[in-house]
Design a protein around this ligand. Structure first.
Ligand code: ATP
Ligand code: MG
Length: 142
């Protein structure tokens, strides 16, 4: 999987506002291919585990509350150099600092309610894809 797949989540703010279709179309237009997708309402345990790296940060509880506030849409996306390409496509964590044309500049509300997640390394992309999907979808990991 290294290099060609990454894991994204359309977060509850964007999914609940009906922006999922526009965000998927935006990413497909940039050459990303949807390899797997699902819609799910995360439990606090799931959101807490997914963002466990931020456990000690002051925003952690608020982040878990936000990520469990409604359904979200995890997806495996494919493209050459997928991790770096998707990080560039989504823009900075804070939409106020995101470049024009990025998903967060276009669709995010705030630094916390920022529309979309993207894996930050190939190792995390594999780990995160396995968090949401089975071996049948994580084809590149075989
Ligand atoms: P993500 O991991 O969701 O792709 P990111 O890598 O851009 O986002 P991280 O530093 O990993 O940013 O933070 C994870 C998420 O926690 C952010 O996307 C945002 O929703 C929330 N977050 C980060 N920093 C803050 C903050 N200072 N205040 C509120 N929420 C924050
Ligand atoms: Mg991150």
């Amino acid at each position: 999987m290294a290099g060609t797949q990454t894991l994204t989540i359309i977060k509850p703010d964007a999914f609940g506002a009906g922006k999922a279709g526009k965000i998927v179309a935006h990413l497909e237009a940039q050459g990303f291919v949807v390899r797997a997708a699902r819609v799910m309402h995360l439990t606090a345990a799931q959101a807490g585990e997914f963002y466990a790296v931020h456990r000690e940060r002051p925003f952690y509880q608020s982040l878990v509350t936000f990520m469990t506030s409604g359904p979200c849409m995890p997806m495996i996306l494919e493209k050459e150099g997928a991790v770096a390409a998707l990080r560039k496509a989504i823009g900075a964590t804070d939409p106020a600092e995101a470049e024009a044309g990025t998903v967060r500049k276009l669709y995010a509300e705030s630094k916390e309610r920022n529309a979309i997640h993207a894996s930050d390394s190939d190792d995390n992309a594999v780990r995160e894809a396995r968090f949401f999907f089975g071996e049948a979808e994580v084809i590149g990991a075989r």
